[in-house]
Design a protein around this ligand. Structure first.
Ligand code: AMP
Ligand code: GLY
Length: 426
């Protein structure tokens, strides 16, 4: 089949790498892609939200399946467009409807969904302009720290963990009265702080059945020892040692099954990935957030650990036959370490040549590109997160060592990466 993958990050390179290994994948196009995806298929210079362009391309190239990498097209309703348009109805598209994508696109929607289906999560209340005044006494009596979340998508910056009541009230005011996060912050979820260790669980559903992909843990902070500013993700490991059978059984029973049953019972059109951001508090899993797509950089360890043909899995998700497939995992550990531009997640320069990419790396390591662009004979940096190196190992620390060894042979101006990915499992 002919496949169009939307997106341009490390996640999309890892997906393209995996898709291109399938005998069922004939033509693979990536829009807009990066210098890495160009090694797996054909990059198309088209934005992920150019719905008219996407429609035309799908028809011109006889695309059979569209896989949506990032959340934005889903939250903007790309799946609904495919369902409604007669010319596109035969094309499989991986992702939820606009309504279902609110599980990621609206924190309040996700919270209400969890309440309806008895899915464990932090206690919360929702505020907007209409009940702003109630928020002040509510915050004053709230235990510390207080978590404030802008309801909508805020480029990963919409969650604030406030250490004092004064700070929480000031931020609350900024969000609701001064539009700190624009439209996204017109509604605010205030929730209790959960103290625990996080992990990412990946579910592929056809709206009724589901399969679990390998779980992962990502490292969001820029600095070693999980310090400094939040980033898109500086590395990831899989498997997650504390996600043992007993814990994963709880995750399945208390979170995954009620989530999929909830999607089915509410008649939500959802044929795609559900990325459940979990936190383990004591021995219990609680949901921090849902995303309606795969994680980045988690995909860069999940895809390498997935032995099953991804195209087969996605066909089953689109056809509603995920109850008939089995997912096989590679038993080795995988880790990825992300190299970023100096200054990221603040301001950084782009356009630096990346050296060392054309050598042959050990068979159990691979480079996934994120913010890279081909330019003449070179590959240059074009984003904050530039590339990551994923390696397999018998242990997490073994895999991390191999990735760092490869990264020592790659360079660009002001390149930075965390040397301590997986540190708590060493
Ligand atoms: P989110 O955008 O919902 O993923 O939140 C971003 C990050 O904020 C999460 O990955 C957590 O590290 C943190 N976070 C969100 N909600 C909570 C909470 N209730 N308690 C503790 N940390 C949280
Ligand atoms: N790594 C977290 C995310 O993709 O949202």
């Amino acid at each position: 089949m002919n496949i169009l993958l939307l997106g341009a990050g490390g996640r999309e390179h890892a997906l393209a790498w995996k898709l291109s290994q399938s005998p069922k994948c004939q033509q693979l196009y990536i829009a807009p892609g990066n210098a890495g995806t160009a090694l797996c298929g054909t990059n198309i210079n088209m934005s992920v939200t150019d719905f008219d362009g996407i429609k035309q391309f799908v028809l011109d190239k006889h695309i059979n399946m569209v896989i949506v990498g990032p959340e934005e097209p889903l939250v903007k309703g790309i799946v609904d467009l495919f369902r409604k348009d007669k010319a596109l109805q035969q094309v499989a598209i991986i992702g939820p409807s606009q309504y279902g994508a609110q599980l990621e696109g609206s924190k309040a929607f996700a919270k209400k969904f969890m309440m309806r289906h008895n899915i464990p999560t932090a206690r919360y209340r929702e505020f907007d302009a209409t009940n702003y005044a109630d928020g002040i006494p509510y915050l004053q009596q709230h235990s510390l720290p207080i978590v404030l979340k802008a309801d909508g998508l805020a480029a990963g910056k919409g969650v604030l963990i406030c250490q004092s009541h004064v700070e929480a009230m000031a931020e609350f005011e900024l969000m609701l009265q001064q539009s700190k996060f624009g439209e996204a912050g017109k509604k605010v979820v205030v929730e209790e702080f959960l103290d625990g260790i996080e992990l990412s669980v990946f579910v592929l559903t056809d709206g009724k059945n589901y399969v679990l992909l390998p779980e992962a843990k990502d490292y969001k902070r820029i600095g070693e020892g999980d310090t400094g500013l939040n980033t898109g993700g500086m590395g990831a490991v899989s498997p997650v040692p504390f996600a043992n059978d007993a814990f994963m059984k709880k995750v399945v029973e208390k979170v995954v099954e009620p989530t999929v049953k909830g999607i089915a019972s509410e008649g939500i059109d959802y044929k795609g990935f559900v990325f459940v951001g979990l936190i383990k508090v004591g021995e219990e899993p609680l949901v921090i957030e849902y995303n309606c797509r795969m994680g980045d950089p988690e995909t860069e360890v999940v895809m390498p650990r997935l032995k099953t043909d991804l195209v087969d899995l996605l066909i089953a998700a689109a056809d509603g036959t995920l109850d008939k497939v089995k997912v096989e995992q590679d038993n080795r550990a995988a880790c990825t370490v992300m190299a970023v531009s100096g200054g990221y997640p603040g301001n950084y320069e782009k356009g630096y040549a990346i050296k060392g990419l054309d050598q042959s790396f050990p068979a159990d390591s691979m480079v996934f590109h994120a913010g890279t662009t081909p330019q003449k004979e070179e590959v240059v940096t074009s984003g904050g997160r530039v590339l990551c190196v994923t390696s397999y190992g018998d242990t997490i620390s073994g895999a991390v060592s191999k990735s760092k060894e490869v990264l020592r042979q790659i360079s660009f101006e002001d390149m930075y990466y965390r040397k301590d990915i997986g540190y708590e499992f060493a």
